[in-house]
Design a protein around this ligand. Structure first.
Ligand code: LCV
Length: 258
């Protein structure tokens, strides 16, 4: 029995709603597991377009990775096997369109989730913050690669270096949002788009999407550079900033990165 998401299907358009506002729809392992099951069920049912949204339209869409589940210092917080990393791969690999419908603020790994969706529709409350620099955390190499495929470097720099919220107007201007609509048009605009995609050739869209995500991953990297990337990340998650970032969140105080 799902406890943190709601799932429905209507004429090969699926809906997956985050429904755990008490924890600000944080993407913990249990929630991610339910979402992975939902995507697999959608695929079995031939769902051609998935709308990813929240059950309640509140001021927060999702608070991102469940910080309570992040490991302590000295352990990679975002390994390949991390549940949220697995969800991002599942969204990129879904053989149809995944469309994020955003009302409210989107934090950290939830930003990564939205930007791994194929299309993003938001209203004037939609805002996006990528937060490893708030937590003293080394972002995942695949996450950085995908952000760089999606947005200009200076915009990724702004997200990663400030960890500030980018508001809806600017999110639309820089390409985070495909559509920026008024709140009263958000549902209709999102499902009009989903039904449009659903009406097109599923075979053609499946082949396009899986090719596109394969091309995005196709980056030549020497073994030496791979090792260097791992070392860069190891030095951060073994360092003082990461310990301070996690402690500060748990103690509900601003971090002090001396
Ligand atoms: C667990 C939470 C969370 C949460 N985890 O409500 O991108 S990376 O690399 O950084 C990646 C590792 C990542 O995604 O990290 C997480 C990044 N997310 C954030 O930095 C956002 C952290 N959350 C907040 O700043 C606030 O909660 C927001 C602004 C989202 C909402 O603030 P609001 O005042 O409305 P509270 O902070 O009171 O949160 C309500 C409950 O949800 C928990 C939080 O601990 C609180 O639990 P209690 O009621 O038990 O105190 N919560 C919020 N975010 N990411 N738990």
């Amino acid at each position: 029995m799902s406890t943190t998401i709601k799932v429905s299907v209507d004429d090969k358009v699926g809906t997956l709603e985050l429904d755990n506002f008490a924890k600000r729809n944080a993407l913990g392992a249990a929630t991610v597991d339910e979402m992975l099951h939902a995507l697999r069920a959608f695929e079995r049912q031939g769902v051609r377009a998935v709308v990813l949204r929240t059950a309640e339209l509140r001021d927060v869409w999702s608070a991102g990775h469940d910080i309570d589940e992040l490991p302590v210092r000295g352990v990679d917080p975002l390994p390949f096997a991390d549940p949220l990393e697995e969800l991002l791969r599942a969204v990129r690999g879904y053989p149809g369109a995944v469309i994020a419908m955003v009302h409210g603020t989107v934090w950290g790994g939830a930003c990564d989730l939205v930007l791994n969706c194929d299309l993003v529709v938001g209203d004037e409350t939609a805002a996006f913050a990528v937060t490893p620099a708030r937590l003293g955390l080394p972002y995942s190499a695949s996450g950085i690669q995908y952000f760089l495929a999606r947005l200009p470097l200076n915009v990724v720099n702004e997200l990663m270096m400030t960890a500030d919220l980018i508001p809806a107007e600017r999110a639309y201007a820089v390409g985070i949002l495909n559509r920026l609509v008024s709140g009263d048009r958000l549902l209709d605009s999102t499902y009009d788009l989903a039904r449009k995609v659903r009406s097109r050739s599923g075979d053609s869209i499946r082949a396009y999407k899986l090719q596109a995500t394969t091309f995005v991953r196709a980056v030549a990297l020497s073994a030496q550079d791979s090792q260097w990337i791992n070392q860069l990340r190891h030095d951060v998650y073994s360092g003082d900033d990461y310990a301070e970032g996690i402690s500060a969140f748990r103690e509900k105080r601003p971090p002090d990165f001396a």
